[in-house]
Design a binder for this molecule. Sequence first.
Ligand code: ADP
Ligand code: ADP
Length: 215
Amino acid sequence: MKILLLGPPGGGKGTQAKFLIDKLNIPQISTGDMLREHVKNETNLGIEAKEYMNSGQLVPDKVILGMMKVRLNQEDCKNGYILDGFPRTIPQSEGLDSLFLELNQSLDSVIVIEVNDDTIVNRMAGRRVHLPSGRVYHIQYNPPKIENIDDETGEKLIIRPDDEESTVRKRLEVYHSETSPLINYYESQNLVYKINGERDINIVSDSINEIINNL
Ligand code: ADP
Ligand code: ADP
């Protein structure tokens, strides 16, 4: 099963992906998490990506496509995966389609999580992240058991530098101009299911499960 989660930054893609990896037993592939790992390790890719990320811009398509070509060829992707945060531009979607041709694969569904910009700004202000695992919390809507501590490892949570309000506004602009055109792109392939992402985390998850159970 190959699922693409599409939606604005802070829309709940990572949160929902974590439910799906347990349900479907396939990996989550989050380009954001992969890039943050590169930044942390100060690889060449990380050094190049950092400036774009911290200013709310997209990392160039060529860099992302190179990274994903390697990732999707790995053994654990054989039985499927959940794409979270990739593709994010039309050239990335086209690049993914070419890669699928080479690998003889295709997407089963594109789930679009719809959330208004004002909700997003509020969510980002309370987002806390466990960097090594990509687990996400919210101080109000999905708090960890102990403040600022990851439930599973006991390690510290962080605030992402790009979750500051002016950067979030920039990322929303980029989402509307560069990423939302993907909805039409995948609608023309009859793959799109739209979900109201304004509701509680568990209700959004139920809606996604319903779609997946009927695929
Ligand atoms: P969010 O979860 O808030 O949508 P991500 O963790 O997916 O954010 O991405 C954080 C940042 O990493 C983006 O603002 C962008 O700079 C970079 N990034 C992640 N995925 C991509 C991608 N597919 N193409 C270009 N840049 C990306
Ligand atoms: P994305 O991966 O799309 O950037 P996240 O899954 O990281 O989004 O969610 C962004 C923030 O909003 C996190 O703090 C998360 O706990 C919170 N969140 C996610 N889904 C919901 C929801 N349905 N209602 C309220 N808060 C949510």
